[in-house]
Design a protein around this ligand. Sequence first.
Ligand SMILES: [Zn+2]
Length: 353
Amino acid sequence: MRFEVSHVLDAIERRLGTDPALAAGVLDVAELIYCADLDGGRPANLVRLGMVVDALARQVGEEHVSAYCVVDKSLLSNQDLTSNERMVMRRWADDGTVEVAVGAAPRVMEISELTGLPIISRALPAVWSPLPGAGGAVLQPRGPVPPGPSPVGRQLTARWWHCPDPECGSFGPARRGSGQPVPRLRNGQPVCARHDAPLGDAGPRPPQQVLAVRIDGVIRTRFVVTAAGPVVVGRAPDGGQGQTGVQLGPWLNEDARAKVSRAHVSVALTQAGISITDLSMNGTLVRLGGAADGELQLSRGASRQLGVSDIVELFPGVEIGRLGALASSRPVDSASVLGEAPTMAFRPNNPGF
Ligand SMILES: [Zn+2]
């Protein structure tokens, strides 16, 4: 049983992150793991986080979307959790997969205000509340989605920050270049929520844009392109020479796998906007304005500025575009995280669980 639970926690881990650009909601872990009515099991259970993340994916129609999770510091020694759950959560905290804060609930509200991320909660002023439902949990709409980051939030996320703790998983050197959480503000000064220490300003962050990958009608993942360097999207980009790559192979059917090149397109952010360069054997189609304004075929080496609602087609049914220009045209499979779980483990009141 322990192994199987660990397997589920690993699946959950892949869907947690503190880069606001890649997350679709923010939540207080301590609150949600006590929602025992979701499964009728023991009072606190970290696996409930998986139910809520799956519900979030269905709600926003993005298969691999992540949740920005805030862990109250007291939870790391909470005796309602198993030692395995506490250990896993400490590892997530050290890696910066989740954010640890003293006072998680006010921090969740601050993150939402600074980043525009919707809150998932029963107790806080939320956009969605988790309730028992099909697939474990459903998110019931409660309030409007925030309009976007606040002006202060925009200023904060336009800089890199560094924490005086060299091991910091949130604002350490490793997080520069790959997205950072948003600093906490104390008396107007940016501080690290984990270490409660003032953050140093490490310079301007390059501008970024968020794009989405849609395969067979479902948004599978998001990725960020920054002015610091292009992102290569394809069946299996090699990621060599410090290159960033988005690997589509696991989502492709046999026909698509035969036609989508290992490195198919390069996506760059320049002063003029997002630029697409074809690198492939079989070419790339750009559907202008989604398709409303016609189509354009790119062959190897050709580039094109991506209009706001243009969609890039690597192969029929394999598409990329700005987040917001693409939507899932069919429901997201109901339980991708808990699909990793043995059904036995989720029988209500299972004593081993
Ligand atoms: Zn820190």
